[in-house]
Write a protein of this length. Sequence first.
Length: 373
Amino acid sequence: MKLEGKVALITGAGSGLGREAAQLFASEGAKVAVVDIDPERAKGTVALVEKNGGSAVAITADVRIEQQVIDAVAATLAAFGKLDIAWANAGIVSRGGVPSVAGGEQVEFQDLTDADWQDVVGVNLSGVFYTAKAAVPALRANGGGVILATSSAASFVAYHSIAAYSATKAGVNGMVRGLSLDLGKYGIRVNAIAPTHGMSPNFLAPAGAPVVGQSYEQVAGPWDPEVSPIPLKLNRPPSLSDNARAALFLVSDDSAYISGVTLPTTDGGTLSRVAMMFPEDGNNPPPHRHRRGVTVMTAHDNAPRNGPRRLVVDRSVCAGHGVCYGHSPEVVDCDDSGFPVILQDPLEFDQHITAAEEAAVMCPERAMTLESL
């Protein structure tokens, strides 16, 4: 077991990658402090850990508030007696998100408020700073340990409409480098992971939404690597587990001499290529081909305008962060961000069709049809 006898604190562990990692770390022998702003989500993660024979404690904290982070570390020490691993994983996307991903909306940079900026900086950058700072005394007392942060592919390359988010994640990378130099003398390693794919829809969902234990790509439907733009072709989509296992490597003794590194995870070579598409790319669609997250589609002339509808979509041309990359044409019930849904409200239905018809004008050769159920 890679973490036998270790104690790990993970922020943002009530859902998504944090929840996946809490279970993985516990299965590898660690006792886990599950820190989350939502107490019920934190308790849910603890229940999953304990169900599988692990040991965990739920701690409520808002990482934007330094004292709450200090208290979370103190609660961890009170529960388990020491701290070996502190993972600053909690994060949020800037208001609006990426327009083509999971219901994101276009928010112009100049329309972001100071509150928007302070919110994303508070969680993504100050939260990492506070977590690392609060953990250092306990790690030093323990003779060393590991600080891990969650960065993002957006720290290396640009995504539409999330400049504020990208700035915070680039700041995380800089902090990791600086802390690795400053804290190395205490036997403390500092690294980050930078996921591209394999992350949870909860990252973009409203607070309190049901926890989804799968990645964007997994919830999108059947996976076809031949139509995925990811250069690496595997017979399954990237998952939360793929990112969690990369984190496990960086917090375990398997990486005992690695510090100051931001490791791109689950990118499958995506960050290594240029944005231009070539004939050799075959069926891979260019990223961000469409502004919306389902695909190009048109309404069938004979389809009645009431009741539930079913969209015939070509998921292989879905835009964005891999929400529906790599999926073959099929009949599915889906919304304008690629998530399965049956539309019950005729007005909602009309709004979806308006977006679909707009998209069809942009790329008519990809237009599909809409059928009534």
